[in-house]
Design a protein around this ligand. Structure first.
Ligand code: ATP
Length: 580
């Protein structure tokens, strides 16, 4: 399984190479100080132009090399950072879509945080800070007190930033909950702004959103109050750096423990060794954000179910439900004990009162939702065993909300296949079967007409027909349609009935749920769901007989839409779905 750590581990070699360059960068960064010392020691005493010229050219050269190495390091860190980001991005996108956590979309923001951390100056500071021991060894050589002062200083910094990190970790974890809620609420209301405008729901939803935001910012404010003192302490320590360094050198000089030159050298070495550690300590909150983002990304990645890879035999479309059940997040059963089996090429109508569990069954049959009990089997294999790349193209699914994606009609129907003109006949065939060709013909850009989220600006019925075309694309083996005729007119329903029988003839197995009787005439089987249970499952004629005998409490009939394709549909409002 991919984790943030495993992706980093792959980049270990690259980071090690960059780190090696950091050693030279750190040493070459000493050159201006070297210049200062050499000029003070040699030029001031010798009054020699040649010496000044020689030292200046030498240091100029060293600084040029330093500049080149630093440039290389920045570029190389960016390259590795973006490579890691690229690899994680794909894994995260998959995990967000395959997992079941509704707030997982926040992972996209976490990737951005990680990317900023990886490609910003933080990693350079970390690399420089990791070289502190090298400088501390030099300090011990100059005088042990220099080394001990540097170690004490670094320990104090580490202590303060670790304390700050632990406070901040709790604060951010608490803040995350209302922040997530506010974000999701804001997104949802923005997408429904017309309804909000029409009924002036704005003051109410604004209050709700602001309340969540306030809760999040209150937590952060309290966090700042608690952790702010540590930030200030680190700031004071940074300011005191010069005093501590010069003071230590001067004290040892007065105690005749070191020469003035050694004192100056120690000062410079300590500046270079301790400076990056201070930079890291000052950035502990950024470091913390990056670490927490990585932890959250790992949580999302770990929830992605293992996908089967080895292909199964070509799908035929024999569908069976084996004690199938589904419970909501609260554990409350929504659907229980669904058991039936139909041969490939069957048409199954699912009826039942509103809220009975029809859509849930459709979600489970399509593979969109995963059962919490039992299984859906196709050709004897539970859905979980079908590799996505095999199951997806063999499945057509029209959800109740249609769910068209932001993209062109071509992309929606082909399920975002890479553009290939050879696919166009299959696209037009699917549109024809869905009765949606006129939608494309009536648009200036035809198949390239771009839809917004949900399918705007198409009408409800147009969205449903494009959704049907996506479900019919390339005649899938199993087609699951949740109320496919809910937004269709009589003509559309008739066309749908013809297309479903066409699919059946080609061997597809079709499930559809409906509140209307019109389509039931083409069914082989009818399944009645009541209150989350399988009330009955039988052949069409038997079930329609029973439903009609009971006065058809479940179905609404539409006189105009006689939907019989080759088998006839309803004729009378009272007696529905019988063969003509
Ligand atoms: N994930 C879930 N968590 C909790 N409850 C759920 C979940 N999904 C569905 N339900 C509940 O299960 C019941 C059945 O919902 P479902 O959408 O399957 O009904 P339906 O038969 O399709 O209704 P309709 O005909 O009105 O579309 C509803 O009470 C719904 O609130």
């Amino acid at each position: 399984m991919m984790t943030v750590t495993s992706v980093f581990q792959k980049a270990r070699g690259s980071y090690a190479r960059i780190w090696l360059h950091s050693i030279f960068i750190a040493l070459l960064a000493l050159s201006p100080f070297l210049y200062m010392m050499q000029v003070t020691e040699r030029v001031y005493t010798s009054h020699s132009w040649e010496t000044l010229g020689f030292i200046t050219v030498l240091i100029g050269f060293l600084m040029l090399v330093w500049g080149m190495l630093d440039h290389y390091r920045t570029n190389a860190l960016h390259a590795v950072g973006y490579r890691i980001d690229h690899e994680l991005r794909q894994g995260i996108f998959d995990a967000v879509h395959r997992g079941d956590r509704p707030e997982a979309f926040r992972a996209y923001a976490d990737i951005a945080t990680l990317r900023q951390g990886l490609t910003g100056s933080l990693v350079e500071s970390l690399m420089d800070a990791s070289l502190a021991p090298l400088f501390i060894v030099v300090l011990f050589i100059l005088h042990p007190v220099f080394g001990l002062v540097a170690i004490g200083y670094i320990l104090l910094l580490a202590l303060l930033s670790a304390r700050g990190r632990s406070i901040w970790k709790t604060v951010r974890a608490e803040q995350r909950v209302p922040e997530d809620q506010a974000f999701a609420f804001g997104m949802a209301t923005a997408a429904r702004r017309e309804t909000i405008r029409a009924m002036d729901i704005l003051p109410g939803v604004r209050r709700e959103w602001a309340g969540l935001e306030d809760r999040a910012s209150d937590i952060v404010l309290k966090g700042h109050e608690r952790a702010g003192i540590l930030d200030s302490a680190i700031g004071v320590l940074q300011q005191a750096q010069l005093v501590i360094l010069v003071g230590t050198g001067a004290t040892l000089y007065l105690l005749e423990q070191v020469s003035a030159t050694a004192g100056m050298a120690a000062f410079i070495v300590m500046m270079r060794g301790v400076g990056p550690v201070v930079a890291v300590a000052r950035n502990w909150s950024v470091l913390n954000e990056v670490r927490m983002a990585a932890e959250r990304l790992d949580a999302v990645l770990s929830e992605e179910p293992e996908e089967p890879q080895s292909p199964l035999p070509d799908m035929q479309g024999h569908v069976a439900c084996d004690n199938l059940g589904y419970a909501g997040a609260d554990g409350k059963p929504v659907l229980t004990g669904i058991r039936f089996s139909v041969p490939a090429g069957s048409i199954v109508g699912v009826v039942g009162p509103s809220g009975a569990g029809k859509s849930t069954l459709m979600r489970l049959l399509s593979g969109g939702a995963r059962p919490t009990a039992g299984s859906v089997k196709i050709d004897g294999f539970p859905l979980a065993l079908w590799p996505a790349a095999q199951h997806g193209p063999a499945t057509g699914y029209l959800p109740q909300a249609v769910d068209l994606l932001p993209g062109t009609i071509w992309q929606n129907v082909t399920r975002f296949a890479p553009f290939d003109p050879a696919l166009t006949p299959a696209v037009t065939e699917a549109l024809r079967m869905a009765g949606a060709l006129d939608i494309v013909q009536g648009r200036g850009r035809g198949l390239d007409f771009r839809l917004l989220d949900g399918g705007a600006p198409l009408s409800g019925g147009q969205r449903q027909r494009i959704g049907l075309a996506r479900a019919f694309y390339r005649m899938p083996r199993v087609v699951v349609l949740d109320e496919p005729n809910s937004a269709l007119d009589a003509e559309g329903e008739k066309n749908l009935a013809y297309s479903l029988t066409e699919l059946k003839r080609a061997g597809s197995t079709i499930f559809f749920s409906t509140h209307k009787a019109n389509l039931l005439g083409i069914c082989d089987y009818i399944l009645v769901i009541m209150d989350g249970y399988m009330h009955s499952f039988s052949t069409r004629d038997d079930m329609l007989g029973r439903l009609n005998a009971a006065g058809n409490p479940l179905l609404a009939a539409d006189k105009e839409a006689g939907a019989g394709a080759d088998q006839g549909g309803d004729q009378d409002a009272g007696r529905v779905g019988e063969q003509a």
